[in-house]
Write a protein that binds this ligand. Structure first.
Ligand SMILES: [Fe+2]
Length: 288
C-alpha cells in the first residue's frame, strides 16, 4: 500500500471522514493501517475512495481490524470467501436474488444480537448509481454525552436483552423488517445481553449501545417500562443533530465503528442496480 499522498478530510461537523491518496493492496504498511484505525476511532466512519480490490484484498484489509465472521444469511456469501456478504438488488435470469436486498434499513448496529458483537463493518462499492445515497449514521458517543446527568446515572447499570430482529417492525412482508431467516438460521439465534452504556474497547469513550434494532428488554425491568426507556433513548440518539448520510461510489471502501454508532441502510429504487460487498469484523470478546 502506498500512502505518500494520504489526505483525511472530515465529511461533516458530526461524523465521518474521507481518505484519499492511498491504494489498498494485500500487503499493508503498519503505519498506514495505524493512520486508518486512528481516523476510524476519531471520525467513526471512514471512506477510502477509489479502490480496485479483489476479494482477497478486501479480506486482508478487514483482518487488520480483527476476526471477520460470516453473516448468518449464508445464501448470499461470496463464492470466493464466506466472510464476504453480497448486498445487491440484482436478480439472475431466473428471477432469483443475487444478493441480500433491503438489509438493515432501520437504525441498528451490526451483530448486537451476538454474544461477541461487531467491532467494525466494511463495505466495498461494486456497482452504485451516480446519485447514490449511502447509509445514515447516528453518533451514539455524542448522543450519550448530550444526556443530562440524572439520565446518565439512571442508565449506567442497565443491561439490555438482545435478539436478532428489529423491535419496531416484525412484519416479515415489510422492507424495514430485519432480513428474514430460514428455520435453520433462526435456530442459531439466542438471547444475548449487553450493557446499555458501552465503554469503547479501544478509546475508552462511552456511548449508548444498540438502543434501536435488536434491544427488546432490560434486565430487572418490566417490558413496558424498558421499551418506553429504549424508545425515548432511540428518539434522542437518532435526532438529526447526531446524524450524517455520506454518499459513496463504486470503488469506495466504507468502514464504520459499531460500538459508537447506529446506522440505517437506505431503501433504494429496486429498478436501479446497486451491489456492494460487506465484511463484518468481531470485537475481541463479550461485552459483559
Ligand atoms: Fe447493518
Amino acid at each position: 500500500m502506498r500512502n505518500d499522498d494520504m489526505t483525511i478530510t472530515p465529511l461533516s461537523d458530526v461524523l465521518g471522514a474521507e481518505i484519499t491518496g492511498v491504494t489498498i493492496t494485500a500487503g499493508m504498511a503498519d503505519a498506514l493501517f495505524a493512520a486508518i484505525e486512528e481516523a476510524l476511532h476519531r471520525h467513526l466512519v471512514v471512506i477510502i475512495r477509489g479502490q480496485d480490490l479483489a476479494p482477497s484484498d478486501f479480506i486482508a484489509l478487514a483482518e487488520r481490524f480483527g476476526r471477520p465472521e460470516p453473516h448468518v444469511i449464508d445464501q448470499f456469501h461470496h463464492p470466493a470467501d464466506p466472510n464476504i456478504l453480497i448486498l445487491s438488488n440484482r436478480k439472475d435470469e431466473a428471477g432469483r436474488p443475487m444478493g441480500l436486498a433491503d438489509g438493515g434499513s432501520y437504525f441498528h448496529t451490526d451483530y448486537s444480537y451476538l454474544a461477541v458483537p461487531a467491532r467494525c463493518t466494511l463495505l466495498y462499492g461494486i456497482e452504485l448509481p451516480d446519485d447514490n445515497a449511502g447509509t445514515t449514521f447516528a453518533d451514539q458517543r455524542a448522543a450519550y454525552a448530550a444526556l443530562d446527568d440524572a439520565t446518565k446515572e439512571r442508565i449506567a447499570p442497565l443491561v439490555c436483552r438482545h435478539h436478532y430482529g428489529n423491535r419496531d417492525n416484525l412484519d416479515l412482508g415489510s422492507r424495514t423488517v430485519a432480513s428474514p431467516l430460514t428455520a435453520d438460521q433462526q435456530a442459531k439465534m439466542d438471547w444475548e445481553r449487553h450493557p446499555l452504556v458501552r465503554t469503547h474497547p479501544h478509546t475508552g469513550r462511552k456511548s449508548l449501545y444498540a438502543v434501536s434494532g435488536s434491544s427488546f428488554g432490560i434486565d430487572g425491568m418490566a417490558d413496558d417500562e424498558a421499551l418506553a426507556l429504549l424508545d425515548e433513548l432511540k428518539e434522542h440518539s437518532t435526532g438529526s443533530r447526531f446524524c450524517h448520510q455520506p454518499t459513496y461510489k463504486k470503488g469506495d471502501v466504507v468502514i464504520w465503528d459499531n460500538c459508537s454508532l447506529l446506522h440505517c441502510a437506505p431503501l433504494v429504487d429496486p429498478a436501479v442496480p446497486r451491489t456492494l460487498w460487506r465484511i463484518t469484523v468481531k470485537e475481541s470478546g463479550p461485552t459483559l
